[in-house]
Design a protein around this ligand. Structure first.
Ligand code: BTN
Length: 265
């Protein structure tokens, strides 16, 4: 079944705030929504694609985007400072984890800072790309992109991600209208958090959904070289920084964007 714009609209609590557009295969919804932003499209435009040929991930990586997933990008024009806008990604992670749990009935958790895991496997990635205004130096707009593996692709996940990637429905087909209900539930929740980005309750919710406390990790400050330092996660602070303790007893607060994390067993 193809994605239905009507079914998304039917499940949105405030359909005026989001204007969905459902399409087949595209290069990258983030890239296309960025073009919309540059041509003056107002906040709330949502592009949802069946698949992507050039899905973009964090740190310049590719995001594998086969059919039957959810690949969507929302255009935002936040009136806050660029530093406050850094909260968009973590509150989106809260909205996605809560929505998946609500609609699928199975617990989804957040791996700092912007991955959603179920049963130890990554089922969703989030990438927010911001465009600054050349005049004011402030934020002109942001594109919030979310990619979700709903069902396992035919033939399984590609070799390079098969040890990490999972799907909400590993072995069976998603129920009818699952994708549309999930899409609407994500935006119903996100728009509340986005309306009050500075609310300390957001970080509380993030902590409650975090799979990180107590986890052994390798902190990769240089992702490409794979160089890393072993640490144990303590908690996530109110600014969504990850507090870790190294083997020598020192602690550090990691900021998203600077580092990448590998889970250890
Ligand atoms: C990551 O896990 O590194 C982030 C992945 C973000 C993927 C989504 S899919 C929809 C949107 N369009 C893109 O090209 N990327 C984001």
């Amino acid at each position: 079944m193809k994605l239905s714009k009507e079914n998304i609209l039917k499940n949105l609590k405030n359909p005026g705030a989001i204007r969905p557009d459902c399409v087949g295969e595209v290069t990258s919804t983030n890239m296309l929504v960025k073009q919309k932003g540059l041509s003056g499209e107002p906040e709330g435009y949502l592009l949802v694609a069946e698949s992507q040929t050039a899905g973009r991930g964090r740190l310049g990586r590719n995001f594998v985007s086969p059919a039957n997933g959810i690949y969507m990008s929302l255009l935002l024009r936040p009136s806050c400072s660029p530093s406050e806008a850094l909260r968009i990604t973590p509150v989106a992670a809260v909205a996605v984890a809560e929505a998946i749990t609500e609609i699928s009935g199975r617990r989804a958790e957040i791996k700092w800072v912007n991955d959603i895991y179920m049963d130890g496997r990554k089922v969703c990635g989030i990438l927010t790309e911001s465009v600054l205004s050349s005049e004011s130096g402030g934020l002109s707009f942001a594109v919030l992109g979310i990619g979700i593996n709903v069902s396992e692709p035919e033939g399984g996940f590609p070799e390079e991600i098969k040890d990490i990637a999972g799907a909400i429905y590993e072995y069976k087909k998603a129920p009818e209208n699952f994708r549309e209900r999930l899409i609407a539930e994500i935006w119903n929740r996100f728009m509340i958090y986005y309306g009050n980005l500075g609310n300390p309750e957001n970080a509380k919710k993030y902590r409650a959904l975090s799979m990180m406390p107590g986890r052994a990790v390798t902190v990769l400050s240089d992702y490409l070289s794979g160089q890393g330092r072993k640490a144990t996660v303590l908690t996530v602070d109110d600014d969504f920084g990850l507090i870790v303790r190294y083997a020598d007893g020192t602690t550090e607060t990691l900021t998203a964007g600077d580092v990448s994390l590998k889970l250890r067993n």
